[in-house]
Design a protein around this ligand. Structure first.
Ligand SMILES: [Ca+2]
Ligand SMILES: [Ca+2]
Ligand SMILES: [Ca+2]
Length: 302
């Protein structure tokens, strides 16, 4: 009777041990499923010319399928929605979007809020971190240019235009070979205070007219009057025979290069010199190296 009881109790204990042991994988499994969920956040948003741009980031392990919607709120009122039609990869995948909504700041400031997965289409590891909001001060003052524009690094085909503004703003240089308006321009959308725009593929020895333009985050624009700069001319050598004299039956001479260096890559270029007497050539031309910036001596043996 006792033996039977002990046996029953032993079986019960064994059964409990088995159940609690087998429960562990179950707990681990639930934990790993939780960790494998995606987790959307609005990593950042910013306004450019009245358009709100934003970046979604997936902090979770699993990818975020397409089809969820992001909402834009201005002063707590939903004003725009955007459907995300791209899969966002796991472990830090990002996606940039823009709302079709022309925001105009009203009063002294606006509260802008961007919220991911607004209809909770995506099951996430954290559903409470999907919104990002900022109180934005209304700004109707264009950026002021506080130094420049100045031109440095001028070559035969390029120039660097620099200026600074009193608030973060984008950078544009409009330019051409005649006064404004200009058709050509180079842009940099980044909102910065120190602006630098490199102009390339310019014509040599030409006067260029240019304007710089900066717009702040709310699209207030400062466009300057025309300024000018000139690209460098093509450098040419300039050879002159500076000295001719007789020496023991030889006619000696010196050639001076007062222009640019003459170099043909690795191999120095050669030019030739001839000796003329009373206008008639009396010797075969001889080769004279010209990879120099000064005098070269040559000699004709008669
Ligand atoms: Ca989330
Ligand atoms: Ca969600
Ligand atoms: Ca401003």
């Amino acid at each position: 009777m006792n033996i039977k009881k002990i046996s029953a109790a032993g079986i019960f204990v064994l059964l409990m041990c088995f159940l609690s042991f087998s429960a562990y994988p179950g707990k681990d499994l639930r934990h790993s499923v939780h960790a494998a969920l995606p987790d959307l956040i609005v990593n950042d948003f910013w306004v450019m010319n009245g358009t709100v741009h934003y970046i979604l980031k997936n902090r979770g392990e699993a990818e975020v399928p397409e089809g969820h919607e992001t909402a834009l709120y201005i002063d707590n009122e939903q004003v725009a929605l955007q459907t995300v039609n791209t899969v966002i990869g796991g472990a830090g995948g990002t996606w940039q979007g823009s709302f079709v909504y022309a925001w105009e700041c009203s009063g002294e400031s606006d509260l802008i809020r961007v919220e991911a997965d607004i209809w909770n289409f995506i099951a996430e590891g954290n559903e409470a971190n999907n919104g990002l909001q900022k109180q934005v001060i209304c700004d109707d003052v264009p950026p002021q240019i506080i130094s420049g524009p100045s031109v440095t690094g001028i070559t035969q085909s390029s120039a660097l235009i620099s200026w600074t503004t009193d608030e973060p703003a984008n950078s544009t240089v409009l330019y051409g070979l005649s006064p404004a308006p200009h058709e050509k321009q180079v842009n940099d959308a980044a909102l910065v205070i120190d602006h630098q725009i490199l102009l390339n593929n310019l014509e040599t020895s030409a006067t260029y007219y240019y304007q710089v333009k900066s717009a702040d985050a709310q699209g207030n624009i400062n466009l300057t009057e025309d300024h000018t700069f000139a690209t460098l001319p093509v450098f040419l050598p300039d050879l002159t025979v500076t000295y001719v004299y007789a020496d023991n039956g030889a006619i000696c001479f010196e050639v001076l290069n007062q222009g640019a260096d003459i170099k043909g890559g690795e191999v120095p270029l050669i030019h030739s010199a001839a000796l003329l007497v009373d206008g008639a050539t009396v010797s075969s031309p001889i080769a004279v190296p010209t990879d120099i910036h000064g005098n070269v001596h040559g000699m004709f043996r008669l």
